[in-house]
Design a protein around this ligand. Structure first.
Ligand SMILES: [Cu+2]
Length: 244
């Protein structure tokens, strides 16, 4: 009886840890769902689904611990839509963001680390506001409870090799500094049929975020308006690719 109870408690702990958090294990492209961590670098939390809290950690670059099997690089066309499955579901409120980093001279998507000022935000999904001032129920995070997420590779993106970084920031308990939760992954892509866009502005991981900035230190159940204007508009990494 007591061993059954112990097992029950252990299982409950396990499911609380995994079911309440999430990963991005599978790439989706042209109707194909690739196997776990194929074209996606296996993340540091692939077994335990843990959130990342430390904004000074290089893990933030691609959510790996630096050790992962070679995932390969997938060829896609600029303008294609690619997706990531969600291991679990996105069960916390917060924005979904995509960043891209181009491989430099003598680099490939497989060889680049993601360190340095190489990242450009290409998309962010904001909450939909139906009333101001609002309560939680009046804001809708489009990816809340999602089992997959999608992004169009910008049609103007130049041909080349890239890391595509997906990031979800959970803000449900971010009223205590440092209690934001970061989840994400990087896909390795070879983009063909590209355009003449110019990437800007650049940011780095770590470096893009501060734990005390208004968008990351906020009570999402109260200060909705300040969230809206901070994390999205004043973080200094707001957009993107300029068409010319
Ligand atoms: Cu959580």
């Amino acid at each position: 009886m007591s061993s059954l109870l112990t097992l029950t408690v252990a299982l409950a702990t396990f499911f609380t840890s995994t079911l309440s958090h999430y990963t991005f294990p599978n790439l989706l492209h042209n109707g194909i769902q690739y196997p776990d961590y194929t074209y996606i670098r296996r993340t540091w939390n692939y077994q335990n689904y843990y959130p990342l809290f430390d904004l000074t950690s290089p893990i933030l670059q691609c959510f790996t611990n630096g050790t992962y099997p070679n995932p390969g690089t997938l060829t896609v066309s600029a303008g294609d839509t690619v997706g990531f499955t969600v291991g679990g579901r996105i069960v916390h409120e917060g924005p979904l963001l995509f960043y891209i980093a181009k491989a430099g001279f003598r680099q490939t998507a497989g060889s680049m680390t993601g360190a340095g000022e190489v990242w450009v935000k290409i998309n962010e999904t904001r909450p939909i506001i139906t009333d101001v001032p609002a309560k939680l129920e009046l804001y809708k995070w489009p990816y809340y409870n999602a089992s997959e997420v999608h992004i169009q590779i910008p049609p103007c993106l130049p041909t080349g090799e890239y890391l595509l970084r997906v990031e979800h920031i959970a803000l449900h308990i971010a009223f205590n500094e440092g209690d934001h939760e970061f989840f994400g992954a990087c896909a390795q892509l070879r983009v063909v049929n590209g355009g003449n866009g110019v990437l800007a502005p650049y940011t780095s991981f770590p470096g893009a975020y501060r734990s005390d900035e208004p968008g990351l230190l906020v009570d999402v159940h109260r200060n909705w308006v300040s969230i809206f204007f901070s994390i999205f508009d004043s973080s200094g990494v707001t957009y993107i690719i300029w068409e010319r």
